[in-house]
Design a protein around this ligand. Structure first.
Ligand SMILES: Cc1ncc(COP(=O)(O)O)c(C=O)c1O
Length: 405
């Protein structure tokens, strides 16, 4: 493939042809579901027990082992796990919760659902993770918790975050939606914070369609989350219709309908067994992209190869540095015309209408996040892709850039 730094000889069509790079659209993401998952789902359907039951309990145990924490509670989404974490840690109206603007709606919405105030701290230029150097300035007497997000699979500086949190008596909830396989200084999400919340949404590193998991070190906290996830009913109320016989239950506090179902766990049990295979395949694609884009001054890659700390390789995020010659939104349109699926992770949350209107954060306050919001886009990255697919992505990116110079 031609290097972008050497402009193509002849016309664009000589270099790249006249038709779109892909005749068959390459989706932004496709899950990898095998026969093991299919058979387990069928087994669950035939068992007659579809909701929370033995398979959810088995998946919770396997997940806790995988992460290396004593407790895991299955939920129907990462959003639910984050919400449960805030409630179980006692976040109430009037409290403040520090988080990053470069995240999905869920991280911040759950703070609002508790009646607390999200306090945004700007991100680092290179990783787009929360900038720990700005953290202490954001802490007030009302700060109850922090939600660092391990963006794209690269973990935040958890040693510093935990030091600051412990000094100020602040609880830490790791948003680990992107970072199932990630490690920082040899420790996984959940081994650092009070809790960590994982996502098994359809586009995540492993999927149960919809689903999530909360992990915790403290048994009482995990127990409270489990109770809250099933309406606040007393322990093991989920067994009430099982063959163990009907058990009376009590409402201990008003909880939520947030638990995982055995249908989801049927997928999760087998997806978890494949986690390393999936990770290796994504790593190969990341290396391929990095190599192809390394000489291009128009592109800065956020997702780099893991060094000491293990990267989860959830998203391949690039920043486009072409100013008005080619905006990010034009790049998104053009890539789709070339047959390549794309995403944006994320436009900063405080720029969205609800948060803009409510908190009126002056422009420039979260400067790094605001600038990144206009420049970032995500390219396909999943184990079902081939290196030929990745080549098509690179070719499309190069074609668009060359034609916009
Ligand atoms: C950073 C982050 N946090 C939380 C979530 C919510 O995950 P779920 O869809 O499982 O609720 C997502 C989902 O995309 C996410 O990207």
């Amino acid at each position: 493939m031609k290097s972008i730094s050497t402009p193509p000889q002849g016309t664009l069509s000589e270099a790249f042809g006249d038709s779109p790079v892909r005749s068959e659209f390459l989706p932004f993401h496709q899950p990898w579901i095998g026969n093991e998952e299919r058979n387990e789902v069928l087994d669950t359907l035939e068992s007659g027990w579809l909701t929370k039951g033995p398979k959810t309990v088995a998946f919770e145990k396997q997940f806790a082992n995988f992460i290396g924490v004593p407790h895991a509670v299955g939920t129907n989404s990462c959003t639910a796990a984050l919400h449960l974490a805030l409630v179980a840690l006692g976040v109430k109206p009037g409290d403040e919760v520090i988080t990053t603007p470069i995240t999905f709606a869920a991280t911040v919405n759950v703070i609002e659902h508790c009646g607390a105030r999200p306090v945004f701290v700007d991100v680092e230029e290179k990783s787009l993770n929360l900038n720990v150097e700005l953290l202490e300035k954001a802490i007030t007497s009302r700060t109850k918790a922090m939600i660092p997000v391990h963006f794209a699979g690269k973990m935040c500086h958890m040693d510093e975050i935990m030091r600051i949190a412990q000094e100020h008596g602040i609880k830490v909830i790791e948003d680990a939606a992107h970072s199932l396989e990630s490690q920082y200084l040899g420790k996984s999400p959940g081994q650092w914070g009070d809790v960590a919340a994982f996502s098994f949404y359809a586009t995540k590193n492993i999927t149960t369609g919809e689903g999530g998991m909360l992990v915790a070190k403290d048994p009482e906290l995990a127990e409270r989350v489990a109770v809250l996830s099933l309406h606040g009913l007393s322990r093991d109320a989920w067994k009430r219709y099982s063959k163990e016989g009907y058990r009376d239950w009590e409402i201990l506090e008003p909880g939520f309908k947030y638990h995982m179902a055995d249908l989801e766990a049927s997928l999760g049990i087998h997806q978890l067994r494949k986690v390393h295979v999936f990770w290796e395949k994504r790593r190969e694609i990341v290396n391929h992209y990095n190599h192809a884009f390394q000489e291009m001054k128009e592109i800065v890659s956020i997702t780099r190869e893991a060094t000491i700390n293990r990267h989860g390789y959830h998203l391949y995020v690039i920043r486009l540095k072409m100013g008005d010659r080619l905006t990010r939104d034009q790049m998104l349109d053009r890539l789709q015309q070339e047959g390549i699926g794309v995403g944006v992770h994320f436009r900063a949350v405080h720029l969205h209408p609800y948060y803009k209107e409510k908190y009126k954060i002056p422009e420039g306050t979260l400067n790094v996040a605001e600038k990144a919001s206009e420049e970032i886009l995500s390219l396909p990255l999943y184990p079902r892709m081939s290196l030929k697919d990745a080549d098509d992505v690179v070719r499309a990116v190069k074609k668009i850039i060359v034609s916009s110079k």
